[in-house]
Design a binder for this molecule. Structure first.
Ligand code: AMP
Ligand code: ZN
Length: 469
């Protein structure tokens, strides 16, 4: 039984989606004014693994991830660079999609952008005003927090305490300090849209309520993001959606814990701010993915170069095992399965059962990876002595299955083959021929050529094995 930790109830609950076959999942996406940093990569990777696991469990997943493409930070960047905001956001959306692809993240069903969804956003604000949950003051529309009785239910904050702690601005036009903006009037030099309240643009929170409704409906199964979004972003989304639609909004709220750098919060002022692109290029994007999934998504995670080196070495153990296994399969024979073989099958079945148990326990990818390593060890031991094709194929099938659920092994763009496997085999055959005819210079030349294409060859008892490195 799959159990997920729900921030709303603060406990693990059995996962029962609203519809039997389809899971509706919304993950808050990045604000596009910069290349994404290594912290932003955490929700992207962990919720992709959640999605892949749900797919493996037989659900189809309707996965929506927005891009926030109108925001103060975007406007500031556009002004600094003397560009149009659209030029900035188009560029960073493209680059973020490239990053996601490099991390082996399945493309979203849809990636809505705020600037393309103004009619839905404005309609939702109008509904909130009509129903008495929002009010306008001089072109600004506020959500009236006191009108929503359950305000604070996600973050477990008490509205009266929040109000007492809130700073009262001298020029505050709100009825209440915790009221938040749904629509703000245009300022000089800012992008704007026409609305019933004059020219302006939406506040941040309303975009997700409106886009979630448009693409997934009024009620959804999973809403996810980093833990910093619990308050106020997700608290405000609940208030807006439930007030406007008159229905409970999201069944399960999932939040990843933060990634720190060298045990410190990542921030520009501390100078420890790292872009995913730099880390991906230094250690490999697949290493970044492995590293993020080697911890449970709700545990804080520390990032350091040493930890990345060690993640890279661990991932290489899995890669090497798969290479050796694939090679062994090409040399294996069909044979009957003996008692030891049956024991191996039982062992693999036990790994599989444990893999599902840990993933069913709130997507414990950390334990799932430990089980992959146990299977890697069993496989390496078997390859040393056994050559039963059926057993090798069972090992491969299970490794492929576990690795696929976590999306761990894939060809990254930087490692795209310059020559195909068939061509490599042809070169190897030519080299064998050269060695037979004692043309060692030619044999060395072929080896050097393959190495220059990141292909390493190894002479083994059973023939020549090659690896892409
Ligand atoms: P932002 O662009 O700041 O809205 O962030 C996009 C996503 O990245 C949100 O889900 C954030 O919660 C998440 N996020 C930002 N910083 C970190 C971090 N250091 N660790 C984990 N998640 C983060
Ligand atoms: Zn959001």
């Amino acid at each position: 039984m799959l159990k997920v930790y729900n921030t709303l109830t603060k406990r693990k609950e059995e996962f029962v989606p609203l519809s039997e076959s389809e899971v509706k999942m919304y993950v808050c996406g990045p604000t596009v004014y910069n290349l994404i940093h290594i912290g932003n990569a955490r929700p992207i990777i962990v919720f992709d693994a959640v999605r892949r696991y749900l797919i493996d469990r037989g659900y189809s997943v309707n996965f929506v991830q927005n891009f926030t493409d109108v925001d103060d930070k975007i406007i500031k960047k556009a002004n600094e660079e003397g560009k149009d905001t659209m030029e900035i956001v188009d560029f960073y959306i493209e680059e973020t999609l490239k990053d996601m692809h490099n991390l082996n993240v399945l493309p979203a069903t849809v990636n809505p952008r705020v600037t393309s969804e103004m009619p839905q956003i404005i309609a939702m604000i109008e509904t909130l005003i009509e129903k008495g949950f929002a009010y306008e003051v001089d072109g600004t529309v506020f959500f009236e927090t006191e009108s929503f009785a359950e305000y604070g239910k996600l973050s477990k904050k008490v509205l009266s305490e929040l109000e007492a702690g809130a700073r009262i601005e001298v020029d505050d036009i709100k009825k209440n300090p915790m009221d938040f903006v749904l629509w703000k009037p245009k300022k000089e030099g800012e992008p704007y849209w026409e609305s019933p309240w004059g020219k302006g643009r939406p506040g941040w929170h309303i975009e997700c309520s409106a886009m979630s409704k448009k693409y997934l409906g009024e009620q959804i199964d999973i809403h996810a993001g980093g833990e910093d979004l619990i308050f106020p972003h997700h608290e405000n989304e609940i208030a807006q959606s439930e007030a406007a639609n008159g229905k409970s909004f999201t069944k399960y709220w999932l939040h990843n814990s933060f990634l720190n750098i060298d045990n410190k919060k990542m921030s520009k002022s501390l100078g420890n701010f790292m872009l995913l692109r730099d880390v991906g290029e230094a250690f490999g994007y697949d290493t970044v993915r492995f590293f993020m999934l080697a911890a449970h998504y709700r545990s804080p995670l520390n990032f350091s170069d040493t930890l990345m080196e060690s993640a890279k070495a661990s991932l290489l153990r899995i890669k090497n095992c798969m290479e050796d296994l694939n090679f062994a399969i090409t040399k294996a024979e069909e044979e009957p399965i003996d008692e030891a073989g049956n024991e191996l099958i039982a062992q693999v079945d036990a790994y599989k059962a444990r893999f599902y148990t840990v993933m069913d326990d709130d997507f414990n990818t950390a334990d799932a990876i430990s089980i992959i390593f146990e299977l890697v060890k069993t496989t390496n031991t078997y390859i040393k002595k056994g050559r039963n094709k059926r057993l090798l194929l069972i090992l491969k099938e299970n490794l492929d299955h576990f690795i696929g659920i976590l999306g761990l092994l894939y060809k990254t763009d930087e490692a795209k083959e310059s020559i195909s496997d068939d061509e490599v085999l042809e070169w190897i055959a030519k080299r064998v021929q050269a060695k037979k005819s004692k043309d060692f210079a030619k044999a060395d030349e072929i080896r050097a050529f393959l190495e220059s294409n990141n292909i390493q060859i190894k002479d083994t008892r059973e023939g020549v094995q090659f690896k892409r490195v």
